[in-house]
Design a protein around this ligand. Structure first.
Ligand SMILES: [Zn+2]
Length: 384
C-alpha cells in the first residue's frame, strides 16, 4: 500500500495545481468552497527563520520542523542552480504534524482531500504540507513542491508574458517529479516497461493532449529524466523559461535543438534500449500429469490399503518465454543461448498421513540444466 500512496498523493497534487493555476481568477469560488470545511483545531504556529524560508510549525513538532527547514535549504541550493534563479522574498513553508491536521488546514481556501502530498499556492506562494512518517518521503514532497515554488516565482517575473497556464501538466509535474526523485524511480520504470510492452510510448503531443491516458506524473518524470540525462539538469531550467515565453515546441527546438517529434522518437528509442532486453513479452506453459492412486480404499486404490492412502504422480512441464526482440527457437536442445522451450519431468509420491497431513516426496529432472540432474524435494502440508 505504501508504494501506491505517492501516486494517490500526486493525483491530488495535480488537482490542487490545476485549481491553483486558475486560483487568481477564481478566488471567490475557492473561498466559497472553503466555507464548508470543518476546522477542528486551531494551531498555534511558531516561526523558524532560515536564509530563504519562514518555516511555520506548532510546538510538539519542533525537532521535525528543524529537519524540514534544513531539507528546504538543501533543495533551495540545488534548485536555484537548476533554475538559475534566486528568490527575492522569503517563502513561507507551513508544516502540519500529520495528514489529519493538514486536511483541516484553514490556510488554504480549498478542500484538501485524503492523499494530497503537499500544496504550493500560486498567488501567495506558500508551500503547505504535512510531515510524513518517513524522512525520505517528507524530503521528496518538499523537493517536489519546492520545484513548483521556483516555477511560480519565475512566472511572477512577468505574469503577462509568461504563459504558465499553457504549459502542459506532464511538463510541470514531470519536472517536479524528476528533480525531486531522480531518474531511478522503480514506480515510473514499471510504467515505462508497460508502455514498451504495449508498444505505446507516447509522443510529447500525445502526452499533452491525452492526459487521462498517459498519467502526466509518471510519463513526465521519465521524459524529463531523459532530457536531464542528455542535456544536463540545468537545461530543464532554461527549457522552462523559454517554454513559458515562447511555447514548448519552440523551446524544444531552440534549447534542445530538436523538434518535439524528434525528441519523442529519441526518447522511445532510449527506453527500448534501457528496458528492452529485460523484457519478456510472452510465455507459454504446459504440463501433463498422470495420477495413480497406489494405495487407497477398495474403490480408489490399486491396492486396497485405506490406512495410508498414497498417490503416485508422474508429471512433465514445458514452457517457453520470448519477446519481440528475442523470438523463441523451437528446438529441443539441452543448452542454448536462444530462447528455447524448457522441459522438466518428475515423479512424486503423496502420502496422506492420518487423514489430515500430506507428506510429499518429489523428484524433478530439468532437461535444460544438465549440471543439475535430479533434485528432490520433501514437503509436508495440511490437507489432501
Ligand atoms: Zn506537483
Amino acid at each position: 500500500m505504501l508504494r501506491s500512496r505517492p501516486s494517490v498523493r500526486l493525483v491530488a497534487c495535480l488537482t490542487a495545481l490545476v485549481v491553483l493555476l486558475v486560483a487568481g481568477l477564481a478566488t471567490a469560488q475557492a473561498q466559497n468552497f472553503g466555507r464548508n470545511k470543518v476546522v477542528y483545531d486551531d494551531f498555534d504556529f511558531e516561526r523558524l527563520q532560515t536564509e530563504h524560508f519562514d518555516v511555520y510549525y506548532y510546538p510538539p513538532m519542533e525537532p521535525a520542523a528543524q529537519d524540514a527547514a534544513r531539507m528546504a535549504e538543501r533543495w533551495y541550493t540545488r534548485l536555484s542552480q537548476v533554475f538559475q534563479h534566486e528568490f527575492t522574498d522569503r517563502t513561507p513553508i507551513i508544516l502540519y504534524a500529520d495528514d489529519t491536521d493538514f486536511q483541516q488546514t484553514n490556510v488554504i481556501g480549498g478542500f484538501i482531500g485524503e492523499g494530497t502530498g503537499g500544496v504550493t499556492e500560486g498567488g501567495r506562494q506558500r508551500l503547505i504540507m504535512p510531515l510524513t512518517g518517513s524522512y525520505d518521503e517528507t524530503d521528496r514532497i518538499l523537493g517536489h513542491e519546492m520545484v513548483h515554488v521556483f516555477q511560480y516565482d519565475l512566472w511572477k517575473e512577468n505574469p503577462r508574458a509568461f504563459q504558465l497556464g499553457a504549459l502542459p501538466l506532464w511538463f510541470i509535474e514531470g519536472t517536479a517529479e524528476y528533480l525531486s526523485q531522480g531518474r531511478t524511480d522503480p514506480h515510473t520504470a514499471m510504467w515505462m516497461r508497460d508502455a514498451l510492452r504495449n508498444e505505446d510510448v507516447p509522443t510529447t503531443r500525445q502526452l499533452t493532449r491525452e492526459q487521462n491516458r498517459y498519467f502526466p506524473y509518471r510519463y513526465g518524470q521519465a521524459l524529463m529524466a531523459y532530457i536531464g540525462g542528455n542535456w544536463g539538469d540545468q537545461t530543464l531550467g532554461i527549457l522552462y523559461r523559454r517554454a513559458g515565453y515562447a511555447g514548448l515546441e519552440t523551446a524544444f527546438q531552440e534549447v534542445l535543438g530538436v523538434t518535439g517529434d524528434e525528441l519523442s522518437t529519441a526518447w522511445a528509442e532510449a527506453l527500448r534500449s534501457a528496458y528492452g532486453s529485460q523484457m519478456t513479452d510472452r510465455t507459454a506453459l504446459g504440463s501433463v500429469e498422470v495420477r495413480v492412486p497406489v494405495l487407497g480404499s477398495r474403490e480408489f486404490g490399486l491396492v486396497s490399503f485405506p490406512y495410508l492412502p498414497t498417490e503416485l504422480v508422474a508429471f512433465a512441464d514445458g514452457g517457453v518465454a520470448w519477446s519481440s526482440d528475442a523470438p523463441p527457437v523451437f528446438e529441443f536442445t539441452r543448452e542454448s543461448e536462444e530462447r528455447i522451450p524448457v522441459f522438466s519431468t518428475g515423479l512424486s509420491a503423496r502420502v496422506n498421513v492420518l487423514g489430515f497431513l500430506v507428506v510429499e516426496l518429489m523428484g524433478v529432472y530439468p532437461f535444460q540444466r544438465p549440471d543439475k540432474g535430479w533434485h528432490f524435494d520433501f514437503q509436508i502440508s495440511p490437507g489432501w
